[in-house]
Design a protein around this ligand. Structure first.
Ligand SMILES: Cc1cc2nc3c(=O)[nH]c(=O)nc-3n(C[C@H](O)[C@H](O)[C@H](O)COP(=O)(O)OP(=O)(O)OC[C@H]3O[C@@H](n4cnc5c(N)ncnc54)[C@H](O)[C@@H]3O)c2cc1C
Length: 442
């Protein structure tokens, strides 16, 4: 099952001519370029836009959008295309605005711990730029996504348990609205009680409310000490209980990630590692040397009480980066277990006290299903994902993944949690003028 294409109105040749006049060869109608911009990293079928505009400034984006507005043509912003839910599929065609050439770091205010960047800057690019300042930008959803795309999808990831998500880390945005007007949602100040919180309205709006062209984000000092460790557990309940107690004890872990046996087997094979095949937690601790040692000792004791085997420490930057690279490659490692499969990534989050029950019941469902899957979770936040490795051309597999996903979502909602994946019954959800994907997760 894939996002449903909608009737397309052929592009007005005069719009193309006007865009061509504005952008020259930075407007592409090549089938290959359009195809590349109509698909993401998921199982959803691609839907190409009619043309791709490579913008280089806020003014240019404003002109593109006002021209499209005048011609009633959909606009789909595009960061790096790493999203997992059919976000960039151009269901009605239209103009894709590719932000990759808006990749300037506008300013870094080290003393204020913030930076302003164009929306096409990726998180790795920003951290590379910051490397001599002693500062870093912590949000890390795995993919080297654009900051505009991360804001648009309200990305979180492995560091969210300590540093929050994009919602907590964006101070201000410059946005081109659907009619081409440009607004700045806030200033750099940390506190404002003046007016509506427009910044947060746009964070998570997934391209439906406007094109983000610049962001001001929070930065943090690189911790004096960083330590990472891996610990295997007899059962997934033991691993989850360790997480719950760690969070409830107020240990400020920077990362705490759960991988089930299937996921560990997958990363061992994909990244040529030799982790014990068992439910496993990956930890990272940040702070002064003394604080890191204290956190590690507390968590070590909690883990031991739950049958956690010895911690395997990764203390050098190289060992840490190997460990987290393997975690970041988990999605592709899972897909590699079934060559040719596509990923259906689920995403639920529950209050931490409900996490063990939610995972236990989900695993019970999985045990009775023929669909292969692997579980990874940013469990410190109560958030976990399953990747179903499916053949999207087999309707029964898609139906089964959809059934399992529906049950997970219903379970999470019943536990007062939330889901990133909803089903739009009967077609598409459209918001205003900006086009959006039709359905997520089903
Ligand atoms: C392997 C893998 C693991 C992941 N793990 C996590 C995870 O753990 N946690 C998590 O939160 N996410 C995760 N993600 C998803 C990730 O957050 C998104 O892929 C990323 O944030 C999207 O950024 P992008 O630049 O690729 O945006 P795109 O995929 O290009 O676009 C995504 C959406 O944002 C819109 N958009 C893009 N740029 C702009 C802009 N400038 N203005 C307005 N709208 C815009 C698009 O129209 C689209 O709707 C993962 C992805 C992958 C591939």
């Amino acid at each position: 099952m894939t996002a449903t294409a909608l009737p397309r109105t052929p592009l007005d040749p005069s719009l193309l001519a006007e865009l061509r006049r504005l952008l020259g060869d930075r407007l592409s109608t090549s089938a290959a370029v359009c195809a590349q911009h109509g698909k993401d990293e998921s199982y959803h079928a691609p839907h190409s836009p009619d043309a791709v505009a490579f913008a280089q400034s806020t003014d240019e984006v404003a002109e593109i959008v006002s021209l499209c507005c005048a011609h009633k043509t959909p606009v789909i912003p595009f960061g790096t295309g790493t999203s997992l839910e059919g976000h960039v599929a151009a269901l009605k065609g239209g103009i894709c605005v590719d932000m990759s050439q808006m990749d300037r770091i506008v300013s870094v205010h080290a003393e204020d711990l913030d930076a302003t960047v164009e929306a096409g800057v990726t998180r790795k690019q920003l951290n590379q730029h910051l490397r001599d300042t002693g500062l870093f930008f912590p949000i890390d959803p795995g993919a080297d996504a654009s900051l505009g795309g991360m804001a648009a999808t309200r990305a979180s990831g492995t560091n969210a348990v300590r540093y929050g998500t994009m919602r907590e880390n964006v101070l201000a945005l410059t946005v081109v609205l659907a009619d081409g007007r440009v607004i700045r949602t806030a200033r750099r100040a940390r506190k404002s009680a003046a007016g509506y919180d427009l910044t947060r309205l746009f964070i998570g709006s997934e391209g439906t409310l406007g094109v983000i062209t610049e962001l001001t984000v929070r930065l943090y000092g690189i911790p004096e000490a960083i330590s990472a460790a891996v610990c295997a557990f007899p059962t997934i309940e033991d691993a989850v209980d360790t997480v719950i107690l760690t969070i409830q004890s107020g240990v400020p872990v920077a990362r705490i990630e759960l991988l089930d046996e299937a996921q560990i087997a997958a990363i061992n094979k994909y990244s040529k590692l030799d982790h014990q095949i068992a439910p496993t937690l990956f930890f990272e601790f940040h702070g002064t040397s003394a604080a890191v040692a204290e956190q590690a000792e507390t968590v070590g004791a909690i883990a031991a009480d739950h049958g956690g085997a010895d911690f395997r420490w990764a203390t050098t930057p190289e060992a840490r980066s190997q460990l987290w690279q393997a975690r970041h490659d988990a999605y592709y490692a899972a897909l590699a277990l079934r060559p040719g499969s596509k990923g259906w990534a689920t995403d639920v989050c529950v209050p931490i006290s409900q996490l063990a029950a939610c995972i236990r019941e989900t695993k019970r469902d999985l045990a009775q299903s023929p669909i292969p899957s692997a579980l990874v979770g940013h469990v410190g936040d109560g958030n976990f994902h399953l990747v179903f490795m499916i053949d999207p051309n087999q309707p029964e597999e898609v139906a089964e993944a959809s059934r399992l996903n529906d049950r997970m979502v219903a379970r999470a909602l019943a536990m007062d949690g939330t889901s990133q994946h909803w089903r739009a019954r009967g077609g598409v959800w459209e918001a205003g003028f900006f086009d959006r994907r039709a359905r997520r997760g089903g």
